[in-house]
Design a protein around this ligand. Structure first.
Ligand SMILES: *[C@@H]1O[C@H](CO)[C@@H](O)[C@H](O)[C@H]1NC(C)=O
Ligand SMILES: *[C@@H]1O[C@H](CO)[C@@H](O)[C@H](O)[C@H]1NC(C)=O
Ligand SMILES: *[C@@H]1O[C@H](CO)[C@@H](O)[C@H](O)[C@H]1NC(C)=O
Ligand SMILES: *[C@@H]1O[C@H](CO)[C@@H](O)[C@H](O)[C@H]1NC(C)=O
Ligand SMILES: *[C@@H]1O[C@H](CO)[C@@H](O)[C@H](O)[C@H]1NC(C)=O
Ligand SMILES: *[C@@H]1O[C@H](CO)[C@@H](O)[C@H](O)[C@H]1NC(C)=O
Ligand SMILES: *[C@@H]1O[C@H](CO)[C@@H](O)[C@H](O)[C@H]1NC(C)=O
Ligand SMILES: *[C@@H]1O[C@H](CO)[C@@H](O)[C@H](O)[C@H]1NC(C)=O
Ligand SMILES: *[C@@H]1O[C@H](CO)[C@@H](O)[C@H](O)[C@H]1NC(C)=O
Ligand SMILES: *[C@@H]1O[C@H](CO)[C@@H](O)[C@H](O)[C@H]1NC(C)=O
Length: 533
């Protein structure tokens, strides 16, 4: 009787709220344009035509579509008007580049919010007060920013976000103070926005989540995936899960530099959809109804991405280049003893205040000898507390995980066997519990980190992630609660922002110089390619 009542009630409720339970969003993975200089204009034009085609192709009442960072490559930089200053579509103002005007028209015609990333030029003749227009005491003609531009459904520039945490982008500048940017879509949903390497830092990301309580975040990126903690979808997944926000991501794709990673991550519930194109194949658009966090659709959301075929996805990823985290050479680690079936191990690392992690691992080993030519990963449990410097900035890291390695040598951790078809998985983890202790302060964060051979994270439906505060210590536990093989990483990735270096404060060379030595800029950008996160 009461069940009957509940189900009718539920039906009526969802029927009534259905329309506002979801918004319609699209995210696009775009091949990064390696361009011949002579083809530049033509290639830019074809990329913009492709953007416009994709915007028009979406059949529904679209609320928002997101394109990646840097996917317009070295397109000529453009000024970007301040929000709501003027309509760019068909504007006769000569300073704004045509591609900006065309996308303004596309947003207006489709009545949807369009997010793109451009190289923005700011003229230093009459600079805004927030701008650095000098370098080494010399006055500059202009500076460049790595800028996300948001067109609203009327085609107006509704927001403009200048990337704060640049990564090796020495031709770009930052503003004097960070911008914390939000905007609204036509259905009145509020979105925050930041770009690529920003996701590793507290500003402006946590200003959006912790101070402004934004529940939807846009993330254009051109990421360089790194084992074992920071492949693209893994980093996006953990950020959305810990901050419990919807994260809509769009990645510029180049498999041979390990770039790509596009998806929709629904807070602590996990991925709604995710892709990382394994070969150069143009662009790919994901379109979904995204549950609103204030709606019952969020409570009832089950992430479909948890049913992905790991082997099929992993088999395509052999040629996807992955970086290796250099801190693996400094961590304390213990190899998993596979002669046992359960292992409990406590490992600590760090100079002043140590991070200690207790691993409890229960596994079943298929003791059949490896067939000839087949390979299997060994596992090591590693803990690190320190600073990483190979990033363009010093950054505090507190991490621990059980991770796949090629051999008994911990220096082989964070590497993959070259051919997926050669790999067998004799170890099935029945359960894993990784418990870490961290000081309980504002400028730290810990993320639940996991990675499968498919370069996707394990669905939160198969894990648990808890927090227990004991005065000045916070205990975080990440557990695998369903049997799983094909694991590359399972643990906790923590950041200590108090040990971070300051953001780079260099500014650009003048635009005149850039135009006159275009070739050098192209060369620099090729170098940058290996440095930008
Ligand atoms: C650049 O031009 C050359 C000669 O026309 C062509 O062979 C090559 O494929 C082009 N490269 C790209 C990335 O378009
Ligand atoms: C850009 O591409 C469109 C469609 O392919 C074409 O009609 C237009 O002439 C091109 N414009 C330029 C400047 O090449
Ligand atoms: C912009 O110009 C195009 C081509 O002339 C025209 O079709 C379109 O209606 C114009 N849009 C606006 C908003 O004026
Ligand atoms: C939009 O949301 C704000 C709160 O974020 C609210 O104050 C406002 O009334 C809403 N507007 C509409 C048209 O629903
Ligand atoms: C959730 O937020 C959306 C967008 O701001 C709003 O239209 C809707 O009414 C809200 N729903 C509930 C149940 O508060
Ligand atoms: C962002 O957060 C940081 C750290 O909490 C704080 O120092 C800064 O003032 C905030 N910035 C803005 C613009 O809110
Ligand atoms: C990787 O590249 C090699 C050499 O080009 C090719 O033979 C192989 O089929 C590729 N592997 C996959 C999984 O695409
Ligand atoms: C390990 O996992 C297996 C399978 O879930 C279970 O039967 C066994 O009791 C576990 N062993 C320990 C020591 O927890
Ligand atoms: C154990 O491994 C062998 C060789 O890789 C494989 O043929 C067999 O199917 C595996 N058995 C189980 C139960 O997974
Ligand atoms: C973690 O626990 C170890 C062992 O009890 C202790 O030495 C260390 O100080 C703790 N670290 C933190 C951050 O509390």
């Amino acid at each position: 009787m009461s069940i009957h009542f509940c189900s009718i009630f539920f039906f009526v409720l969802t029927g009534a709220l259905g329309a506002s339970d979801y918004y319609d969003a699209a995210v696009v993975e775009v091949q990064f344009p390696f361009r011949n200089i002579t083809q530049e204009d033509e290639l830019l034009n074809s990329t913009i035509q492709e953007y416009i085609r994709l915007i028009k192709s979406v059949p529904t009442n679209l609320d928002i579509i997101v394109f990646p960072e840097s996917a317009l490559g070295e397109a000529e930089p453009t000024p970007v008007p301040a929000p709501f200053k003027q309509l760019l579509c068909n504007s006769t103002a000569p300073e704004y580049k045509d591609y900006l005007k065309q996308l303004s028209c596309a947003a207006m015609e489709k009545k949807t919010t369009v997010v793109i990333n451009v190289r923005e030029v700011v003229d230093c003749k009459d600079p805004p007060s927030d701008e650095y227009c000098t370098r080494h005491g010399n006055k500059l003609d202009s500076v460049l920013h790595n800028t996300d531009v948001v067109f609203d459904h009327n085609g107006h520039v509704a927001a403009r976000y200048r990337k704060w945490n640049l990564f090796g982008e020495s031709s770009k500048s930052i503003t004097r103070s960070p911008e914390v940017v939000t905007f609204k879509t036509k259905a009145n949903d509020t979105f925050g926005i930041f770009t690529c390497f920003d996701i590793m830092f507290d500003v402006p990301t946590l200003n959006l989540t912790r101070n402004m309580h934004v529940k939807n975040v846009i993330f254009p990126n051109h990421w360089f995936s790194e084992l074992p903690y920071l492949t693209a979808l893994q980093a996006q997944h953990m950020w959305a899960q810990e901050n419990d926000v919807v994260l809509l991501t769009a990645g510029a794709n180049t498999p041979h530099t390990g770039s790509g990673g596009t998806g929709m991550f629904v807070g602590h519930k996990g991925a709604l959809d995710q892709i990382m194109l394994p070969s150069l194949s143009g662009s790919k658009l994901l379109l979904h109804k995204v549950p609103r966090m204030n709606a019952s659709a969020y409570t009832t959301f089950n992430n479909i991405a948890s049913d992905e075929d790991i082997d099929a996805l992993a088999a395509e990823m052999d040629n996807f280049t992955l970086q290796r985290d250099p801190v693996l050479d400094e961590q304390n680690s213990v190899q998993l003893n596979t002669k046992k079936s359960t292992v409990t191990e406590e490992i600590c690392h760090g100079k002043s205040v140590k991070t200690c992690c207790r691993f409890k691992v229960n596994f079943t080993v298929n003791s059949t000898a490896l067939p000839p030519g087949k390979k299997a990963y060994t596992y090591h449990m590693g803990v690190f507390n320190g600073e990483v410097s190979p990033w363009t900035r010093k950054a505090g890291i507190e991490s621990c995980a059980i991770m796949a390695c090629l051999t008994d040598d911990p220096m082989s951790c964070g590497k993959r066997f070259p051919k997926y078809s050669d790999i067998v998985w004799p170890i099935t983890f029945n359960s894993i519990e990784v418990l870490g202790n961290f000081t309980n302060v504002e400028d730290k964060i810990q993320y639940p980190n996991s990675l499968l051979a498919s370069l996707r994270s394990i669905s939160p439906m198969k894990t648990s992630w808890t927090k227990e505060v004991q005065d000045d210590v916070v205990l975080r536990t990440h557990s695998l609660v369903q049997p799983q093989s094909r694991i590359l990483t399972f643990g906790i990735y923590g950041r200590d922002f108090s040990r971070d270096g300051p953001p780079p404060s260099y500014s650009a060379a003048s635009l005149n110089t850039i135009v006159s030595v275009l070739v050098i800029v192209i060369l620099i950008s090729a170098v940058e390619l290996f440095q930008i996160y």
